[in-house]
Every structure is written in C-alpha cells, then in structure tokens.
Design a protein around this ligand. Structure first.
Ligand SMILES: NC(=O)c1ccc[n+]([C@@H]2O[C@H](COP(=O)([O-])OP(=O)(O)OC[C@H]3O[C@@H](n4cnc5c(N)ncnc54)[C@H](O)[C@@H]3O)[C@@H](O)[C@H]2O)c1
Length: 437
C-alpha cells in the first residue's frame, strides 16, 4: 500500500520505517528540513536501537522516501498517518496546534480519496473534529475517511514495540476504512482491536494514565517501605507474581517523565474536569510523581544539612535509558533544584548530553565519561538506569570521589557491588541504606 506519514518524529519515523520493512511504500513528510536532509542520507535524527539500519535498508530499496513537501508526499497516498506532536498546553490540555496544521496541509494538497489515520495521542472527540475540518477544507472533493490508531511504542524499544506490539487499536465509524488499516498491519501478525473513534482515543489515555498511576503507587509503597523498614523490591516481586497485578511497572524510583506520561495524565485530567468528572486519583498520581522527582535532593539534604557548595555528579540525563529524549526528564528538575541550593552539578549521559544542553545550558557542567563526572564530588546521583551505570566498577568510581556517597534513584546497582566497596554510603529508593565505614 502507499502510505504517507505526516510528522516524522519518534512515532512517525518508527512507524514509517517499520511499515516499509513489512512491504509498504512509505513517504515520510516533515516540516523540519534539517531532519529530512539527514534522513535522506540515512541518518536518524533520534537515538533508537535498530532504527538506523532498517532506515538505510528500506531507503536503498526505494520503499522509504522523505520530503518536506506535502504536495509531493501526499500525491499517491492511499493511507495518510498523522503523527505530529500533541504537547501539553498551558492549561494542561493537549495542544492541537500541530494536528490542526497537519489537517490543513492535507486539505490543501490532497486531490484524491484517502484514509486519514490519527496516530498522535489526542483527546476524545478530536478525530470527529478533524474529520469535519478535512471535509470542510478539502477543496478537491476528495472523499476522506478517518481512523484513530493510537500508538503504544516505548522510546528506547520503538522498533521492537512496533514490530511486536501487544495489540493494535483501530477506531473508526467506517468498517471499510477500519478493515483497510487492519490489512495494512496484517503482516505484523499482532492482535487487532476494532472499535469506535472515541473508544480508541480513550484506550490510549486510559492505558497511559493507568501505567503512570501504577508507577506512583509503587513509589508511595517504596516511601512507606523506607519508613517501616521493608524492601520495596521484595514487596514488588511478591505483588507482581499475582497475575491480577503483573510485574511490569512495579519499579520504584524517582518518578516517570518523558514525552507521554506527564502530558497524557494531565490531558486526561483536563478531559475529566471538562466533563465534570472528579478523577481525583489522577491528581494524586501527578502530585506523587512531582514529589518523587525531588526525592534524591531531599535525601541528600537530610544527609548533608546544606547542599551549598557541594559538588554532585549526576549519572543519566535522558528520561529513560536507550533514548536521547530529554522531554520532562526528572534530571531537569533535579539539576534545577541542586543549582538553586548552591550545588555544582557535573552530569554524564551516554547519548543525551547534546539535547540536555539545549534545556539546561551552562547551569550545569557536562562530563564525557563517568570517571570525569565523579571526580572530587561529594555525592553521586544515579538518575537514569543506563546499562553502563548498572555495570560500573563501583569501587573504582568511589575512590575518585571526595566522599563515597551514592543516591541510586533507579535502584540499579546490585547489592554485591555495594558491599564489595571498602567504604560507601548507599541510599536507594524504598530499601534500607547500606553504610560501610
Ligand atoms: N514518543 C513516544 O514515545 C510516543 C508514544 C506513543 C504516542 N506518542 C504520541 O505520538 C505523537 C507524536 O509524538 P512524537 O514523540 O513522535 O513527536 P515528535 O515531536 O518527535 O515528532 C513530531 C514531528 O512532527 C513534525 N511536524 C509538525 N507539524 C507538522 C506538519 N504540519 N507537517 C509535517 N510534519 C509536522 C515535527 O517537525 C516533528 O518532527 C504525540 O501525540 C505523542 O503523544 C508518542
């Protein structure tokens, strides 16, 4: 099938590359010229394991094209997938500016019948609204059907998640359009659920808000574990083996971040408020998460009394491992708090430093290695659980620090590594500290 993607970001690019891989002819449009120029040369603008080789392979085979021209990109499209950003607006609602612009671009250039698929995460009712926009604005009498097809991929495993999704949700009020989109995905051999536009839109928000709530729940349990002397990892293991609960997303830490959970939880809350539904659980999910972002700083303040003049190494900047995405990363808030308290922060991340510099600028220092980051520091904060940090030579790292004090915000260091150190103060989340003097 001829598929055109409008918006070639994390979701659009991963989707486009994977659809080309399963045999479709895909054209990816983006308004960002630099991005498209890089993509034409086989350079992925994002760090995503496995994406670039697949991008190069399908570009060379002629199945995958990139353009900044909506006219060119839409000329042969049977299916148009919109994957533009829907960031958080100032009132917490999803900002639909890019989506509306994408709809206007499609209306202006589409001159044949097509199915428009909204993959961007959008509030309930948006697909209906965009259908109206397309029908009213499309000047060429093109017949357009609309399909909601929310995306569930995780950054850091986007290719795997697209090729092996748990399920594909297709929402449409037109059964032929739904069947055609199901056909497009058929080679993936993934369970497909066909539902209405509004239910599909809701499935996406309900899923993300549930996962975010699961994280806030285990984080509150972790805080309680610390207070009563229990170990959250044992508790989570014991809970997770209950099939009704499941073991995923029961990892205590410094809270969720990223381009989706924070904004999607707030957008769902906004929808609830607009519809006079008091979804107080979501309010708590958000509040708990905000406190959790501050937890390492609070723990360090309790330990040091005052962080003014302290030198802190921060390992990890991206919101999670295997991505260079800094959107809503807890590191941003932690760095801001530490610098506000007068600390000097030296950060290291395997891939996110360039993106971090765009946000944090020169408020902190950036190291090129773990060894460089920890040199003469008073404490080490582990903020992102990159494999590189899980496999640290901890004794060697500790020796380079002024004080052997480690705050593990992701519980990613193994107990054997810590107990092998001659002297250390190790403060995890939801587990007893290990102090060796
Ligand atoms: N990133 C994720 O992990 C993820 C997962 C599931 C769902 N989503 C949802 O998918 C959507 C896209 O997210 P993303 O992270 O890929 O965003 P992104 O910001 O990485 O990419 C969006 C792209 O759209 C382009 N764009 C904007 N307006 C355009 C237009 N009129 N024509 C062509 N291109 C245009 C931008 O230049 C950008 O490259 C959002 O709604 C998000 O909530 C994201």
């Amino acid at each position: 099938m001829n598929v055109t993607i409008v918006g070639t970001g994390y979701v659009g690019l991963s989707t486009g590359v994977c659809l080309a891989e399963i045999g479709h002819k895909v054209t990816c449009i983006d308004i960002d010229e630099k991005k498209i120029n890089n993509l034409r040369q086989g350079i992925s603008p994002i760090y995503e394991p496995g994406l670039e080789p697949m991008l190069v392979k399908n570009s060379k085979a002629g199945n995958l094209l990139f353009t900044t021209s909506h006219q060119e990109g839409l000329s042969e499209a049977e299916i148009i997938i919109i994957a533009v950003g829907t960031p958080q607006g100032s009132d917490g609602a999803a900002d639909l500016f890019y989506l509306k612009q994408a709809a206007t671009d499609i209306s202006a250039h589409l001159n044949h019948d097509a199915i428009v698929v909204i993959k961007s995460t959008v509030p309930v009712g948006t697909n209906d609204h965009i259908k109206n926009v397309l029908e009213n604005e499309c000047s060429n009498n093109a017949k357009i059907e609309i399909v909601s097809n929310p995306e569930f991929l995780r950054q850091g495993s986007a290719v795997h998640d697209t090729m092996h999704a748990d399920r594909i949700i297709i929402g449409s009020n037109n059964s032929e359009a739904a069947a055609k989109i199901a056909e497009m995905y058929r080679p993936l051999n993934v369970p497909i659920i066909i539902t209405t536009l509004r239910s599909a839109e809701m499935i996406k928000y309900a899923s993300n808000a549930f996962l975010a709530t699961k994280i806030s729940y285990i984080n509150e349990i972790a805080n309680l574990c610390e207070a009563v002397g229990a170990n959250v990892e044992d508790v989570a293991k014991g809970m997770g083996m209950d099939k009704r609960i499941g073991e995923a997303f029961l990892y205590a830490g410094i809270g969720y971040g990223g381009s989706c959970f924070p904004k999607d939880v707030k957008a769902l809350l906004h929808t609830a408020n607009n519809n006079n539904v008091n979804f107080s659980l979501l309010k708590e999910t958000i509040t708990i998460n905000e406190h959790q972002h501050e937890l390492l700083v609070v723990k360090a303040l309790n330990r040091f009394g005052d962080l003014n003049g302290k030198k802190i190494a921060m390992l990890g900047l991206s919101f999670k491992p295997e991505t260079d995405d800094m959107r809503e990363a807890p590191s941003i808030k932690i760095a801001a708090l530490l610098t506000k308290l007068g600390s000097e922060v030296v950060a290291y991340d395997p891939v996110a430093t360039n993106n971090a510099k765009k946000i944090l600028g020169n408020t902190i220092k950036y190291a090129k290695s773990v060894n460089e980051a920890v040199l003469n520091t008073d404490a080490l904060f582990i903020v992102t659980e990159w494999n590189e940090f899980k496999n640290l030579d901890l004794s060697c790292i500790i020796n380079k620090m002024a004080k052997p004090i480690v705050y593990d915000g992701r519980n990613c260091l193994k107990e054997e590594m810590i107990t092998a150190c001659e002297a250390i103060e190790y403060y995890p989340i939801g587990k007893p500290a290990i102090i060796i003097k």
